[in-house]
Design a binder for this molecule. Sequence first.
Ligand code: ADP
Length: 356
Amino acid sequence: KQYLEESSERKRLYNENIELKGNIRVFCRCRPLSQADLANGCASVVEFDGSHENELQLLSTDSSKKHFKFDHVFKPEDGQETVFAQTKPIVTSVLDGYNVCIFAYGQTGTGKTFTMEGTPENRGVNYRTLEELFRSSESRSRLMKFELSVSMLEVYNEKIRDLLIDNSSHPPKKLEVKQSAEGTQEVLGLVEAQVFNTDEVWDLLKSGYCVRSVGSTAANEQSSRSHCLLRVTVKGENLINGQRTRSHLWLVDLAGSERVGKVEVEGERLKESQFINKSLSALGDVISALASKTSHIPYRNSKLTHMLQNSLGGDCKTLMFVQISPSSADQGETVCSLNFASRVRGIESGPARKQA
Ligand code: ADP
């Protein structure tokens, strides 16, 4: 009974949301002013509308205000639980057979990793999602049998690296995206670890994050310049009619979106930022091509979009967190991120239907 109630409530929420907004949603999250912002005398240039939970205003240098509207706006004081409460219906739809992609987009230091990974005391979307998937699959166990597995990978300079294998003792194995016999895009050879409880998930995530930072010369530096992806594969079996489903949920912490001045960088750093610009704009291009329903969707312009091809567009659900800083020092980057996100939000990829 609980399962049926949950299921019909989820369907109701979806139908409501889908009619209003389509399959692509954008949440904006603004971090608090940091100690450094305060020490440098930077004030907040972001204002929230008390009566509209999905709007904000950005103060420009000429004191004019620019208005933005998203599906939800999280203020600096909104905690991880508040954020997850809004995210939960989207992530749990993977149990209904939908492919889902969640992205955290924004300038370095705006809280992408905080939102997705979180901290041990303040866990983020990734861990909370797995926790919820275990809880939710348990509550449906009389009707459905679910198997959950996890993969972790990183895209750095257009190269894919598996984070669930120890790459430290030998040159990292480069993974490639190939089309499977069923016509879907698969990352060949990617480790898929089956998980049974949240403790196992936590250990796996920790080891993945560890492999990620060990592989780089300056850990924090590189992690802001690579995309980190957590993939959850859900295999479901309907115990009544034997129907099977397989779906993916991708949780993506994108590389920092900041523009790097050409005069300041050269060599390796310039190459990195060109790869980042290319893949972030490829992501924007794919989403807008889906919106305008053109016949050619340029998935192959980056490893990221190629890899996510089967989880973007069509029946799939997409959520983008645009992460921003409230600080006057970051005004230029903030307006760029908000403009990028508005372009994404303008998009409707048609009504969602349940996957077979
Ligand atoms: P990014 O991944 O975008 O580079 P981080 O997630 O590393 O940014 O965040 C930068 C710093 O700001 C971290 O110390 C993080 O804990 C803090 N931070 C970010 N967002 C929040 C928030 N909403 N509440 C509290 N602290 C935050």
